[in-house]
Design a protein around this ligand. Structure first.
Ligand SMILES: Cc1ncc(COP(=O)(O)O)c(C=O)c1O
Length: 297
């Protein structure tokens, strides 16, 4: 990538464009979902049920996978019923939607949460919010080999660190498990008290690798999915100068946090990093309005 702040810091950055993996099952989603879908198929599940918000990239990718591969999908949504570009897509793609309210959604961590839903949708496989889980993380470990296989094409023998957005921390845990050598920086899309550190620790522990190290960077800019003017300008400028499409919830915040990190001199000159573009561009429509530049499904 060629961006003035990288040049000023003497840092080299390459971007793993997972947003280009597929127009619908985009970003980190395929890597996270695939192990659960394989498990559902092997078990002969009737369909897949999961949960998320009204702009959820996770539900969007799941609905698209269900439509493409011919399995039923059910989405449990946070809050009161409303239409967003994402929920319109979910319906077009054949996902059955249920709105849980806010209190009902908060109950998702209770051990008996799934019981009534799995009684109603008998034989369905449940996937936790955002694909959180060791299986999802293991699916993301494949990103290490995927990036390494492309290094020669950009003239790199090696690199020093990964930089990516963290929401549940599943993708980050997958990288930490898949790459025992390089540093991993996770730019938090959510505030610190949302439990990402605890979730990553739990995943690493479950994998028997609790000693692995990584670093979480504050990048939420006042709250999950908050878009301020400097962030909007950063996204539009990066698109213009760097030809990289970003969205405000994850990738825009993550790359902006890297810029701030570079500007504070926190990376040694000569460092080489890979930024993982984790997708999510469908979510631009609601937040970026006229600047969204993304077509309805
Ligand atoms: C576009 C995008 N990037 C990054 C993330 C964060 O990934 P994870 O939840 O695995 O930390 C998400 C949410 O899952 C996402 O939708």
């Amino acid at each position: 990538m060629e961006l003035p702040w990288l040049e000023a810091a003497g840092v080299e950055l390459a971007c793993l464009r997972l947003d280009l993996v597929d127009p619908l099952v985009s970003g980190n989603k395929w890597f996270k979902l695939a192990p659960y879908l394989e498990q559902a198929a092997a078990a002969g599940a009737q369909g897949v049920i999961s949960l998320g918000g009204a702009h959820s990239n996770h539900l969007h990718a799941l609905a698209a996978a269900g439509q493409r591969f011919g399995f039923a999908t059910v989405g449990l949504l946070r809050g009161e019923a409303r239409r967003t570009p994402t929920t319109d897509d979910l319906q077009h793609m054949g996902m059955a939607l249920h709105w849980l309210g806010y209190g009902g959604y908060r109950a998702r961590h209770r051990p008996d949460f799934w019981t009534p839903w799995l009684a109603r949708y008998s034989g369905f496989q449940a996937i936790g919010e955002g694909g959180l889980g060791l299986q999802g993380a293991r699916g993301c470990s494949a990103l290490v080999a995927m990036a390494e296989a492309q290094l020669a094409r950009i003239g790199w023998h090696d690199f020093d660190a990964w930089w990516l957005a963290a929401g549940t921390g599943t993708t980050l845990a997958g990288l930490v498990l898949g790459d025992g050598r390089r540093r991993v920086f996770g730019a938090l899309a959510v505030p610190r008290d949302h439990g990402v550190a605890e979730q990553v620790a739990m995943l690493l522990d479950e994998a028997g690798e609790a000693q692995r190290r990584y670093r979480l960077i504050d990048a939420a800019r006042g709250g999950f999915a908050r878009l301020d003017e400097p962030l909007r300008q950063f996204i539009l400028q990066t698109e213009q100068i760097g030809h990289l499409p970003l969205e405000p919830v994850y990738t825009g915040k993550a790359l902006m946090a890297l810029r701030d990190f570079c500007e504070r001199g926190q990376l040694a000159r000569g460092s080489r990093l890979i930024f993982i573009h984790t997708g999510g561009l469908q979510g631009r429509r609601a937040l970026m309005g006229a600047d969204a530049n993304y077509t309805q499904v």
